[in-house]
Design a protein around this ligand. Structure first.
Ligand code: ME8
Length: 649
């Protein structure tokens, strides 16, 4: 069905073959939470599509050529090939620890890939789209990117990663990328889902409209790369080499049948981080246009992860290590958190507190308790042996209808890679079943023999619901889904379970024996605060009397808008309503509210009669009250029912 305008028409672009790729990661360092996020997100999508009956193919791999890898190898005392060979197990082991099930792992140093790069270079060259010239300009080795002066405004720092740029002056072969600018713009225009989320399209369009320059695609001042036949002494620019991997793996050079199925007749999706969107949404499509190949169907760019509100960096010692997290919380909870916490496309913050809260409330309470209560009651009332259904009542029908709706919602969210929303929908169903227990009150039904049949129906509804929930969560948490099935008395291979097998509500036959209940998501004990009674005598330093306090006018204000203050990392400027006037208040709490837009609509306390002042050029007409403890600074929130302007006494 059409997903863009809900016109109800069949979407012709829907394809039952699905080919999904992650970026191929540089082997200069180990995989980390960022690379893990992309790979988990791709794995979840691949499992989901497979469960929906699509014929899927999932590729990941490593990007092994280029100056950065060559430099790292040298620094570590290895040859580049030895170094890359040495790094591969680090990636493969991490993916295995995170339960990633890929179909192929490509390395750009493999023969099949070298042949494929040679092929695309030849085709593009023969089309007259490669010419010899000289490159003189800046290059970022860390990002392996050329930066023309017009993107730098005189700076010598990489606009993407901030590192110092190197000056490169060498003979080079150029790809006539400029020639394809209009065609690419037209393609983006005609294919609304080419760049997802849609919010990222404009950024790409604006970049192309600025004017595309031809791209230097060869280097001749170092040797770690794929040699170019028509350009002796030159090796292929690492991005031209790397992007081609997506076709190599599906037989571009050596398997026309596979290529036809997996490239030409699949929905081809490249999942990437927003940092490498331009390479995928501009350079790669131009290469394909020149080579006469089909363009990918969607390029999906996700946001960036920070750690406890700050950019992750080794020097700050705040880099999240997936192995540690898996050890602490289990692989499923880690996968769940990453995909639930950040809206796809938006940046996310990895915070221990948020992980624990989600595990305890969403996994242990909502889902874990539903399973536990259901199995506990079935055991108590029917010894865990499934009984016959009675008459269906209105409430049962309502739950079933809700499930049909949820399935559609989830599918729509997944089409647009909105993992968090899909999980929200699944949790809506979980909550409905918890509420169903409260409403049907099996414990009350159990008291009266006349209600025994109804009790059986209610308990069966819950079991059937859990069977469906396990199916829905399986792409995210395959191990937990498997455990739920075992507790429900089934031995199911979740990786091969298909939607067609869960649509009906008759999985539990009379006499079926349910399994034993045990917590799937143990609650995480939060470190207990030390609450030792203060031994010190209560004494007030610098006491004031009530008249002093009365001088301070504290009011409830509503936050209308929040923005950063230009040139001041710590400051946020709030537009607030104090019941009578709009005011601007500047507050030094940016660090504690990286997602400050979420504050809009909140009510907080502010000192209203403080002298107006200016902070970094911005006028501040009051002061927001905050609290501070070892977890940082927080605003003092007020119940939303209290009106803006209310006086705090
Ligand atoms: O760019 N948050 O490889 P790479 C979210 N070899 N995602 C993050 C992240 C973070 N903090 N840090 C990294 C390359 N990523 C090229 C790709 S593809 C033909 C060549 C993820 O090892 C994100 O997916 O630098 C980003 O795009 C990728 O790692 C970059 O990996």
């Amino acid at each position: 069905m059409c997903r863009n305008c809900n016109c109800g028409k069949e979407d012709k672009k829907e394809n039952k073959n699905f080919y999904l790729t992650t970026p191929i990661y540089y082997v200069n360092g180990d995989p980390h939470v960022g690379t893990a996020y992309t790979t988990i997100a791709a794995d979840v999508m691949n499992r989901y599509k497979k469960s929906m009956g699509e014929d899927t193919y999932f590729l990941t791999g490593t990007d092994e050529h280029g100056q950065k890898v060559e430099q790292t190898a040298k620094l570590k005392g290895y040859t580049p090939q030895e170094w890359t060979d040495h790094m591969i197990p680090n990636f493969k082991n991490m993916w295995s620890a995170l339960n990633i099930k890929y179909d192929d792992f490509i390395r750009t140093t493999e023969e099949r890939h070298k042949k494929s790069v040679k092929k695309i270079l030849d085709v593009v060259y023969k089309n007259g789209d490669i010419y010899k010239g000289e490159y003189e300009g800046k290059y970022c080795i860390s990002c392996e990117t050329f930066f023309p002066e017009n993107q730098l405004n005189g700076s010598n720092k990489c606009p993407d990663c901030g590192k110092e740029l190197s000056l490169v002056k060498e003979e080079s072969y150029f790809f006539r990328m400029s020639k394809y600018a209009d065609k690419l713009l037209q393609h983006i225009d005609e294919n609304p889902d080419f760049i997802l989320p849609h919010s990222r399209r404009n950024e790409v369009i604006a970049f192309i409209k600025q004017g595309l320059q031809d791209l230097s695609i060869s280097r001749n001042t170092f040797s770690w790369g794929i040699p170019i036949d028509f350009a002796p002494g030159h090796i292929t620019y690492v991005w031209f080499d790397a992007l081609t991997n997506y076709m190599t793996a599906v037989g571009y050079e050596n398997n026309p049948e596979m290529f036809n199925k997996r490239w030409n007749n699949s929905r081809v999706v490249h999942m990437i981080g927003k940092d490498i969107l331009r390479f995928h949404a501009i350079i790669w499509p131009c290469m394909l246009l020149s080579a006469g190949e089909k363009l990918p169907d969607s390029i999906v760019a996700h946001g960036w992860w920070t750690s406890e509100g700050e950019k992750m960096s080794k020097s700050k010692n705040n880099v999240v290590n997936p192995y540690d997290e898996v050890k602490k919380y289990g692989v499923d909870a880690f996968r769940y958190y990453l995909l639930r916490e950040a809206g796809f496309g938006s940046d996310g913050d990895y915070s221990t507190k948020a992980v624990v809260t989600r595990i305890n409330s969403e996994l242990a309470n909502d889902l874990g308790n539903l399973l536990n209560r259901t199995l506990g009651m079935y055991k108590k009332y029917f010894s865990g042996i499934v009984v016959a259904n009675g008459k269906e009542e209105e409430i049962d029908k309502e739950v079933k209808d809700l499930f049909d709706e949820i399935l559609k919602e989830v599918d729509n969210h997944m089409y647009f890679f909105e993992y968090s929303k899909a999980l929200e929908s699944i949790w809506k169903f979980i909550s409905r079943l918890n509420k169903y227990i409260d409403e049907t009150m099996p414990w009350a039904l159990a008291k009266d023999e006349a209600h025994k049949e109804r009790l059986g129906t209610v308990m069966n509804m819950l079991c059937e619901g859990l069977y469906k929930i396990a199916f829905l969560i399986a792409p995210y948490m395959p191990e937990s889904a498997k455990k739920i099935y075992v507790q429900l008395g089934f031995n199911i291979d979740v990786e091969n379970l298909r939607i067609s097998e869960i649509l009906t509500w008759n999985k539990f036959e009379v006499g079926h024996k349910l399994g034993e209940a045990s917590p799937i998501f143990p609650r995480i004990e939060v470190e207990k605060e030390e609450v030792e009674a203060p031994k010190k005598e209560l004494k007030v330093e610098n006491p004031i009397d009530i008249k002093d306090f009365d001088k301070v006018e504290i009011k409830v204000v509503e936050i209308l808008d929040v923005d950063k203050v230009e040139g001041a990392d710590k400051l946020l400027k709030f537009k607030v309503f104090d019941g009578e006037f709009e005011r601007q208040i500047v507050s030094g709490i940016a660090k504690y509210y990286p997602e400050y837009k979420k504050l809009v609509g909140e009510k907080v306390m502010a000192v209203a009669n403080l002298k107006f002042t200016k902070l970094k050029g911005e006028v501040s007409q009051g002061m927001l009250l905050t609290t501070e403890d070892k977890n940082g600074v927080k605003l003092v929130f007020i119940e939303k029912t209290i009106q803006a302007g209310a006086i705090v006494k």
